[in-house]
Design a binder for this molecule. Structure first.
Ligand SMILES: NC(=O)c1ccc[n+]([C@@H]2O[C@H](COP(=O)([O-])OP(=O)(O)OC[C@H]3O[C@@H](n4cnc5c(N)ncnc54)[C@H](OP(=O)(O)O)[C@@H]3O)[C@@H](O)[C@H]2O)c1
Length: 362
């Protein structure tokens, strides 16, 4: 008889969280609970989770330690896929998890491979949480996944795949030859179902990815699948660096303002995977990650071409549909010149010590 593992998910209603719910329920040997903040208890998604057999525990991450410990009662593993802006709110939960005797804490990673320390704000927000976990001596696993298939491909001029996209994503960084690791969002939960019960991944970082492709190869494949020619809009490296510096200057405000941080995320992601070439298995191994290819050679991941075929046939599931931010972004289809000018209003930004690291690793 297989032992059942009791898992508490933070972010179960989100995109990554939904994949994790699917993966754990499909595996069949997990008792799955979701930590839901009180204000979200009225969401229809909560009733759906219940119907699927997920136990709902309502508690705010700002609640007292006592309440958080109670919410973590009888839990073996915590997996968080909380929204990007909320990373630090995991710290009280990690403290409570230590008290509650949680055996493994999987903080919200789930991004591309990138080094800590000034390349990506989002990475550094996550690293703050990782450092707290290590100071607590709380058993952990950090999981990164590369770039979702769902965010990696460009728009088609016909507009027929706009339904599935969040952003137009119509820029090729530099010459488009940087290899970048991709994972189907739908596979993340299946990877998690393996990783969280694997002793080899305890207190380790894992890079779970499906394939490695360049942007040029992604464009070629979508042209083949769709039969449409896609304009190749190359963006020079210096433009990306300029955008990063501009977005950093305009986003130095707290509390979090998505309108200022979204351009920063995008520019810093482009910098990291597009220019520095961070998001690949070789660099992941250098940083100390174990990889899913080495750990689970038998894992059958979703095929990217088949996914793109579904996208073109109109049968793929869209991401972030129905969200206000998503709707606002979709209004920007097709991307216009004016959105570029948001990043470069003719100001020049002095090159600083730290901006040296913006350029390639080699
Ligand atoms: N690798 C990639 O290509 C990629 C792409 C996108 C995102 N990501 C990463 O994946 C992670 C998850 O992103 P996502 O896009 O899946 O998120 P998402 O769809 O926006 O979902 C966020 C989840 O966090 C929950 N949440 C937000 N604030 C909370 C709070 N204060 N207390 C408790 N729960 C809270 C939300 O619950 P409610 O229902 O209560 O709002 C929701 O379930 C992010 O950290 C991001 O860095 C990676």
């Amino acid at each position: 008889m297989t032992t059942r593992t009791r898992v508490l998910l933070v972010g179960a209603t989100g995109e990554t969280g939904s994949s994790i719910v699917d993966g754990l329920l499909e595996a069949g040997h997990f008792d799955v609970a979701a930590l839901i903040r009180p204000r979200s208890m009225i969401k229809p998604a909560i009733a759906t989770l219940r119907e699927r057999g997920v136990e709902i525990r309502s508690c705010d991450l700002q609640a007292s330690e006592e309440d958080l410990v109670q919410a973590l009662k009888n839990i073996d593993v915590v997996v968080s896929s909380i929204a990007p802006s909320e990373q630090e709110s995991q710290i009280p939960l990690a403290k409570a998890a230590k008290k509650a005797g949680v055996k493994r804490f999987v903080p919200c990673g789930f991004i591309t491979v990138a080094p800590p320390g000034g390349i990506m704000w989002l990475r550094d927000e996550k690293e703050k949480v990782y450092n707290h976990i290590k100071q607590l001596y709380l058993p952990y696993t950090i999981v990164d996944v590369g770039w979702w298939y769902q965010l990696s491909y460009p728009r088609l001029a016909s507009g027929k795949i706009d339904y599935a996209m969040t952003i137009a994503n119509d820029e090729i960084i530099g010459d488009g030859t940087a290899p970048t690791a991709l994972t189907d969002l739908r596979d993340i939960g299946r990877y998690i179902a393996r990783i969280i019960v694997d002793d080899r991944t305890l207190n380790k970082m894992v890079f779970a990815y499906n394939i490695v492709m360049t942007q040029n190869q992604i464009y070629d494949l979508l042209e083949e699948v769709s039969g449409e020619k896609i304009e190749r809009n190359h963006v020079h490296e210096e433009t990306i660096v300029h955008r990063v510096l501009a977005a950093r200057q305009s986003s130095e405000t707290y509390p979090f303002d998505p309108l200022k941080f979204i351009p920063r995320y995008i520019a810093e992601y482009q910098l990291s995977w597009g220019i520095r070439g961070d998001n690949n298995p070789e660099y992941a191994k250098y940083l100390g990650y174990l990889t899913s290819k080495d750990l689970y050679p038998d894992f059958k991941h979703s095929d990217f071409k088949e996914y793109l075929e579904m996208v073109c046939q109109g049968t793929a599931k869209g991401i972030y549909t129905g969200r206000i931010a998503s709707k606002a972004q979709q209004r920007s289809f097709p991307r216009t010149e004016s959105s570029d000018s948001l990043f470069s209003r003719g100001r020049t930004f002095p090159r600083t010590e730290s901006s040296d690291s913006l350029f390639g690793r080699v």
